[in-house]
Design a protein around this ligand. Structure first.
Ligand SMILES: C[S@@+](CC[C@H](N)C(=O)[O-])C[C@H]1O[C@@H](n2cnc3c(N)ncnc32)[C@H](O)[C@@H]1O
Length: 273
């Protein structure tokens, strides 16, 4: 599989059209917990929200529905391919209060202090300097604004009954993220990282979705396949091993007697006062 890369060349997975189905599966797995986090964070009508590393805009669209009619959502992603897909999807849903920007944490294209909520899912684990990212996101908040971040611990997934292909699949993904300078176990570190940036209040939840059936069980396999280029380039696996694990992961996914515990998510909602 040949895949698009984000413009800084440091993102381990595919972008644009190749990424769309997998990111839909990410939401099928984690969307319910995200919705509950957004509700606890008070995301509602009239707020101005930035969604960093928005990907194809799945969560941005959900937030746009929560803040309408007077609120606004800005989805920001470093990859123009992701933004092109996000724009097409939001046009299909006719969400007038949602726009997308190709931008980065360094150059977000937003005024400091202009957002009520700054949100990110599965972004910080891919960054070389997540503390810097938290500081930059925080700088966009109004004085009473809320920083809402959720990210994973990819050492937590499990398969029942035990399956070596499952364990190896996640070992490879952790290796690929690390090889690109990210931290696949960042979740548990998030609360302390956020408090270190001067937030005085921080609510924390830890959730781990489990799956028995459905296409969402293909997520680990598809993620590993998207990381193939990094895995091979970094010498972490050869193509034949990746292919063999993918075959076994598909078999496990289609077997409704196996249970998958997916990435454990740490969800943080923080304010300065
Ligand atoms: C795993 S995807 C998550 C997408 C989305 N948040 C979701 O949960 O469906 C991570 C996204 O972060 C983007 N990204 C990586 N580095 C970035 C940066 N420095 N600034 C903005 N976006 C970045 C990638 O292009 C990718 O779309």
């Amino acid at each position: 599989m040949s895949v698009n890369r984000s413009t800084d060349g440091r993102y381990v997975l595919a972008t644009g059209d190749e990424a769309e189905r997998r990111l839909e599966l990410v939401d099928a797995v984690h969307g319910r917990d995200t919705a509950s986090l957004l509700e606890r964070a008070g995301v509602g009508p009239g707020l101005r929200v930035a969604d960093f590393g928005c990907g194809i805009g799945v969560v941005s669209c959900a937030i746009a529905e929560l803040v309408e009619p007077a609120g606004e959502v800005i989805g920001i992603d470093i990859s123009p391919e992701q933004i092109a897909v996000a724009e097409r999807r939001s046009r299909d849903r006719r969400l007038a209060n949602l726009r997308f920007i190709t931008g980065s944490l360094e150059e977000p294209g937003l005024e400091p202090g202009s957002c009520d909520i700054v949100y990110a899912r599965f972004l910080l684990m891919h960054l070389q300097n997540p503390r810097d990212a938290i500081r930059r996101m925080a700088s966009l908040l109004t004085p009473t604004g809320r920083l809402v971040i959720e990210d994973g611990d990819f050492s937590a997934p499990y398969c029942i009954p035990l399956a070596s292909a499952f364990d190896r699949c996640f070992e490879l993904y952790r290796g690929a993220v690390s090889a690109m300078g990210g931290n696949p176990r960042i979740g548990p570190d998030l609360p302390m990282m956020v408090m270190d940036e001067g937030f005085s209040w921080c609510a924390v939840s830890v959730v781990q979705p489990t799956l028995r059936e459905g296409e969402a069980k293909r997520l680990p396999e598809w993620t590993m396949l998207e990381a193939r280029e990094t895995l091979v380039h970094a010498g972490l696996a050869i193509d034949s091993e990746i292919d063999a694990i993918a075959v076994e992961m598909e078999r496990l996914a289609l077997d409704s007697t196996t249970k998958f515990g997916m990435a454990e998510m740490t969800q943080v909602c923080a304010t300065r006062r």
